[in-house]
Design a protein around this ligand. Structure first.
Ligand code: NAI
Length: 494
């Protein structure tokens, strides 16, 4: 597509439907609405040009419109090819205008992008016209998973080297598409990303996987601006990752397959924040849940929470559901996929699509894939001879959701508004910190102050009817905190 396009979404006629959903979501997002009220008339983000790469859902629409309300200019792409809600994308583009005369934010996202289209969309969020500082491009990035940050840094590195040598995408299958995008940019304008870097005030990162990438960049001395790790705000990872997935995992499973969960065996790979929420929701449906872990602390937590802790190769042939939650690569290898129980449902809720080695399985000559409906595929594969007699079958077929990508966003609509309000209130605060208090942040990875974390929680309590108690002055002195908080030391784990 042309790089001149002012936006690209599935269909602007969906805007009205999207607007209704956004209106309802606003009621469920008290943190974001409170920030709009707190900063009314003050525009703390006036002059901010934010390049956003985060699932283009209804909840993200409320985030985008909050950033705009606070004065920012924004351009947006989704951070996953399947996660866009087309009606939300349309509504954000139309804004206060009409489908014929859109007045909103340039969004480049639709459900079901190809990888080439995905990287084109990510590239488009960097194409801001020159701002008051005469620099074309963003001065802030709001990222989920780190792809936008990677494009900026690898783009600039390629420009410096005069050719593409990106350390590149984590997933080799996607790497060539990414490299092609950087190469095309280099031909178009050999200093495009380099010119953006000096004015870049920082990036705020949403998720565990993106945060891991940032820490690695900082260690290698390749992070030239400050980054705020939003994921590790307590009101993000201990809420969104856990309670969000507790809601959106069964939602995805039900919409995709409608297979009864109760009584079945569900194996959850990984018992971090996301795994804990996944296990709890499956147990809540009556499944017999088993956990696979490599970290003895998390494995012990799983055992003490009453789950059986198992190894995947032994558990897989008996599992009705296998759900990956690790953010790691190839945790379900080809050998395990080949021995899955016929009819098993396999899905991933970790950030990238290489947790389940579908790419490896696809290379085997006898693998057949049948589309049941979009984002639901039946894979039929041969069982290796050494397992065939033990299992009593030479072939197995199982259901793969969202081609191994985040199933809660691909098969459903992701986390619900209320929990995303907590995450996104952290995001907005992080953007304000990076923009308005830039001098306080050195290049490297930072977290938001605990007082802000507590503020996010405080903003969400009234909506749930929760009555917070207060310390007396004597009690506060006794435990060595201020009456108004923060209430816990940095090392406290919640
Ligand atoms: P975490 O670090 O708390 O948990 C991951 C767990 O997986 C750890 O306990 C680790 O020991 C375990 N693990 C790693 N390799 C393993 C292996 N080979 N076998 C078994 N266990 C293994 O991370 P968190 O916050 O739970 O996030 C996990 C992933 O989910 C990340 O990619 C994150 O970006 C993503 N995420 C997805 C969301 C969604 O909506 N689907 C929401 C939030 C996070």
């Amino acid at each position: 597509f042309s790089t001149d396009l002012p936006y690209r979404v599935a269909d602007l006629a969906l805007a009205e439907a999207g607007r209704h959903q956004i209106r309802l979501a606003e009621r469920e997002m008290p943190g974001l609405m409170a920030l709009r009220e707190e900063y009314a008339g003050r525009a703390p983000l006036a002059g901010a040009r934010i390049a956003g790469s985060l699932h283009m859902t209804v909840q993200t629409a409320v985030l985008i419109e909050t950033l705009v309300d606070l004065g920012a200019e924004v351009r947006w792409a989704s951070c996953n090819i399947f996660s866009t809600q087309d009606e939300a994308a349309a509504a954000v583009v139309v804004g206060s205008g009409t489908p014929e005369d859109p007045q909103g934010v340039p969004v480049y996202a639709w459900k079901g992008e190809s990888l080439e289209e995905y990287w084109w969309c990510t590239d488009m969020i960097f194409r801001f016209p020159a701002g008051a500082d005469s620099v074309a491009g963003p001065n802030l990035v709001l990222d989920d998973g780190g792809d936008a940050t990677m494009l900026l840094l690898e783009g600039a590195a390629a420009e410096a080297a005069g050719g593409v040598t990106p350390a590149g995408a984590d997933d080799p299958a996607e790497k060539h598409v990414f490299v092609a995008r950087v190469a095309a940019s280099l031909v178009e304008d050999p200093t495009r990303f380099t010119r953006i870097l000096p004015g870049m005030l920082g990036v705020s990162e949403e998720t565990t996987t993106g945060v891991n990438r940032l820490y690695r960049l900082a260690e290698e001395g390749r992070l030239p601006f400050p980054a705020i790790n939003v994921n590790d705000s307590v009101t993000k990872s201990k809420f969104d990752n856990r309670y969000g997935i507790r809601h959106s995992l069964p939602d995805g499973l039900n919409r995709a397959t409608d297979v009864l969960i109760g009584g079945k065996v569900a194996v959850v790979v990984g018992y971090g924040d996301v795994g804990k929420g996944a296990a709890e929701s499956l147990r809540g449906q009556g499944a017999r849940v088993q956990i696979v872990e490599i970290d003895p602390i998390c494995a012990l937590q799983a055992a003490m929470d009453g789950y059986e802790v198992v190894r995947l190769p032994e558990a897989a042939p008996h599992a009705d559901f296998v759900i990956t939650t690790t953010g790691n690569t190839r945790v379900v290898p080809v050998e395990v996929l080949q021995v899955l129980k016929p009819g098993a449902v396999v899905g991933n809720v970790g950030h990238f699509d290489d947790e389940i080695d579908l790419a490896g399985l696809q290379k085997l000559p006898d693998t057949r894939i049948t589309e049941i409906k979009p984002q639901v595929h039946e894979w039929t594969v041969g069982v290796p001879a050494e397992s065939a007699s033990r299992l009593g079958r030479t072939e197995t077929s199982f259901i793969v959701l969202s081609e191994g990508r985040l199933l809660n966003l691909g098969n459903a609509t992701g986390h619900p508004s209320f929990v995303m309000s907590a995450s996104f209130t952290n995001q907005v605060m992080a953007q304000i910190e990076l923009f308005a208090r830039h001098a306080d942040y050195t290049p490297g990875v930072h977290r938001l102050a605990k007082a802000l974390d507590e503020k996010v929680a405080r903003l969400h309590l009234p909506a749930l009817g929760a009555q917070l108690s207060e310390l007396t002055k004597e009690q506060a002195e006794y435990i060595g905190v201020d009456v108004a908080g923060p209430f816990k030391p940095e090392h406290y784990r919640y």
